[in-house]
Design a protein around this ligand. Structure first.
Ligand SMILES: [Zn+2]
Length: 250
């Protein structure tokens, strides 16, 4: 069986690199084909909620098509790592509306709450699309640490395909105490640490910095981002930089 394609499902334009960028860098360097499929990468048409407008202002992306600018950041980041960007057209939850125009997730709290009933169809469509990905590809999916609705939707849709999955820890949410355990839920689980050499960790940080619009959401500045990435990698590896991945035990 051909297994030379590693395919990372990233809910948003940044998640796979923030979480798995070191592994991606090492795999690409070894000559493996790596694709990063960002699921909610589409540009909305029509009105934006007050909350989405506030976020665009916070990101410094008010005068432009914000998702298009973020897709550009993603291309630059993945070029540094040697991975192929694929952008699906689904909308980030902050843009999703009912046919009548009501926003499904109109504020910050809604991002971490229940998945909207109206998103059931979207979940089925996602499962269909994920099921159509090359059957020989190894799929990497978010655990959903932090409980963001879009992260949970991607995990649920990937699980609905019945394909074997490797789960990654959604960073930076996974850095908060208890978040990974909460996301794991029912076991049994097995974890694997992937050791990162210095070159790979540096590449991960450099790639993460390309998501310029997103840095202020999580870190004070680029130096703070770098310090947190090194600290988390060292914590996961108990002194030696690593990323951790999870499998369901058979
Ligand atoms: Zn995300």
């Amino acid at each position: 069986m051909e297994t030379s394609l590693h395919l990372y499902l990233s809910p948003h334009l940044d998640d796979a690199v923030f979480s798995c960028g070191g592994r991606i860098a090492q795999e690409a360097r070894q000559g493996l084909r790596v694709w990063v499929v960002t699921v909610f990468a589409g540009s909305p048409v029509g009105p934006l909620s007050d909350y989405a407008q506030m976020l665009h202002a916070f990101w410094g992306l008010t005068e432009v098509d914000a998702p298009a600018a973020r897709r550009e950041e993603d291309r630059a980041a993945l070029a540094l790592l040697g991975a192929e960007p694929i952008h699906w057209e689904f909308l980030d939850c902050i843009y999703r509306r009912t046919p009548e125009g009501r926003f499904l997730y109109p504020n910050y709290d809604a991002l971490w709450g229940p998945i909207a009933e109206e998103d059931r169809v979207l979940g089925e469509e996602l499962a269909r699309r994920i099921g159509e990905l090359p059957p020989f590809a190894q799929l990497f999916v978010p655990l959903g640490a932090g409980r963001h609705v879009d992260h949970r939707l991607v995990r649920q849709a990937a699980e609905a395909t019945g394909r074997p999955l490797v789960y990654y820890e959604d960073y930076p949410y996974a850095g908060e105490a208890g978040r990974v355990v909460e996301a794991l839920g029912e076991g049994p689980w097995e974890s694997e640490r992937v050791w990162l050499d210095e070159e790979a960790l540096k590449a991960k940080v450099a790639a993460a910095r390309r998501y310029r619009s997103q840095i202020s959401s999580f870190w004070a500045d680029e130096a703070d981002l770098e310090a947190h990435f090194w600290a988390y990698a060292t914590e996961v590896g108990e002194g030696r930089p690593a990323e951790r991945y999870w499998y369901r035990r058979k």
